[in-house]
Write a protein that binds this ligand. Structure first.
Ligand SMILES: *Cc1c(COP(=O)(O)O)cnc(C)c1O
Length: 484
């Protein structure tokens, strides 16, 4: 895994200075190519605009209700949508499906321990199951859990246990255009204030989400993790990392934080986890798998309680809702996510899309995060007021024009209040999430062309109205209609 093609690029300059006995110069090129070749293909289907117009109408103008086969490029999410490697597939065939003590579990446990250093490893079927077990065990009414920004499912589990999910991301993290290398950092002063105001006894854990998904996939610096850890340890509060994109975060630390340029992503990840007392993980992200997750920690007593609940809701603690072959895939995927060649390609290809859009004049969240590009639809479509859903309109136009499925992160997702009234969301964004190892540079080039073409036709775009909706999480199943 070391000694990849891209490691060689790094030492390119140095090598050039060395005398080549053949008198030929080494060539690496400027293009960051996909660090894999393709041996199994999955056809994607082309449709006409007339077909897509009809399909979208049938789906109630809600991209969530489209059939995946009617989508050309699917950027709905990067969760569980990645391509697995031949190493993962071959390990899956040789899995151990024993109910208790399967060798596949021990491989999984040893990979998680090796990377995170945590003593107890509890497998779960995905990230939210780990959150459910953790918060059901530690949180109670009146408690508060500080985080840089809670991801939707994390917030939901904290609130389900009647505790408060508090977001303490730094101010820079709330401004889409503000350039800052670590916009996912937590505001340490606010954290100290919260502890003082609410009392140590009401804070069962402090969390950091790395990278910060709900804040645009922005990274957290090692310095910030160290500071949060120091505060947590001073007060004796457990510190957990929401580690879904730990490998992408390690890469940002390597490339943006002083003192880490010569460390491997694995060394950086290990250091991140060293400052924490445990983590929750969705293996559908940097586990490079289609399903899976885990909860890990050092505390023996807490682990005992969590294992009991795992047995009740997930399964026996040596499989916890995963098949043996899922655990095999994750055990390998965690290392593949830390491969430098992969990470360089991953982060570069997301930035590449962002740069193309920004160069064409499209407003995006800056700097580009690890797993997605976010388009500012409020800026692009000033003719559509927030409660006529500009980001929804843009997402639908991307499907009509390019066959691309994206997701609205705006007033359809967040606007409906518990009392049934509507309030505009703070931002109207369209997220283009990039699945891991799935699309090639030509897909991304096409994608950029389609978004730019949509931008050229922006004045023709109209707002939408909701015609039917559920009372919670309405974006998943609401039906809409275009306004005339
Ligand atoms: C996806 C995600 C989760 C939840 O994981 P699931 O596997 O979808 O249940 C939690 N936190 C973050 C930051 C995530 O991105």
């Amino acid at each position: 895994m070391s000694n990849s093609f891209y490691d060689k690029i790094l030492s390119y300059k140095k090598k050039q200075e060395e005398k080549n006995p053949m008198d030929l110069e080494e060539f690496y090129g400027n293009t960051i190519i996909e660090p894999f070749r393709i041996r199994s293909v999955e056809p994607i289907r082309f449709t006409t605009m007339a077909e897509r117009t009809e399909l979208l109408k049938q789906a109630g103008y809600n991209p969530f209700l489209l059939k995946a086969e009617d989508v050309l490029i699917d950027l709905l999410t990067d969760s569980g949508t990645g391509a697995m490697s031949s190493a993962q597939w071959s390990a899956m065939i040789a899995s151990d499906e024993s109910y208790a003590g399967a060798s596949s579990f021990y491989k999984f446990e040893s990979a998680v321990r090796d990377i995170t250093g945590f003593k107890h490893v509890i497998p779960t079927h995905q990230g939210r199951a780990a959150e459910n077990i953790l918060f059901t065990t530690i949180a109670k009414k009146g408690d508060v859990i500080p985080n840089n920004t809670h991801f939707d499912t994390t917030r939901a589990h904290v609130e389900h246990n009647e505790a408060e999910a508090l977001d303490l991301v730094i101010e820079e993290g709330k401004e889409p255009q503000k350039i800052h290398p670590f916009k996912g950092n937590m505001d340490i002063e606010k954290l100290e204030e919260t502890i003082e105001k609410r009392g140590v006894e009401n804070i069962p854990a402090i969390m950091i989400t790395a990278t910060n998904n709900s804040g645009g996939g922005q990274p957290v610096s090692m310095k910030n993790i160290r500071q949060v850890s120091k505060v947590a340890r001073k007060h004796g509060i457990p510190f957990f990392i929401d580690a879904c994109r730990f490998a992408e975060n390690s890469w940002f630390i390597k490339t943006r934080e002083e003192g880490y340029e010569n460390k491997t992503p694995k060394e950086i990840a290990k250091e991140m986890f060293k400052y924490a007392d445990g983590c929750t993980m969705s293996a559908k992200k940097d586990g490079m798998s289609n399903i899976g997750g885990f909860l890990a920690m050092n505390d023996d007593e807490l682990a005992k309680k969590c294992r009991s609940l795992t047995t009740l809701t997930e399964g026996f603690p040596t499989y916890g809702g995963m098949a043996g072959y899922d655990m095999e895939a994750v055990a390998i995927g965690l290392y593949e996510a830390l491969d430098e060649g992969y990470l360089r390609y991953r982060i570069r290809s997301t930035a590449y899309l962002g740069e193309k859009l920004a160069f064409a004049g499209i407003s995006i969240v800056q700097p580009v995060g690890g797993h997605a590009v976010y388009i500012d639809a409020k800026k692009m479509l000033p003719q559509i007021p927030p409660l006529e859903y500009p980001a929804w309109s843009l997402a639908n136009a991307l499907y009509l024009i390019g066959g691309i499925r994206s997701v609205e992160i705006g007033s359809v997702m967040f606007g409906l209040q518990p009392d049934g009234t509507e309030k505009p969301a703070p931002m109207e964004l369209v997220r283009l999430a990039i699945p891991r190892r799935v699309y090639t540079q030509s897909h991304v080039d096409y994608l950029a062309e389609a978004v730019i073409e949509t931008y050229h036709q922006r004045e023709k775009l109209k707002g939408y109205k909701v015609v039917s909706e559920p009372t919670v999480l309405r974006h998943f199943s609401a039906k809409l209609e275009p306004l005339e």
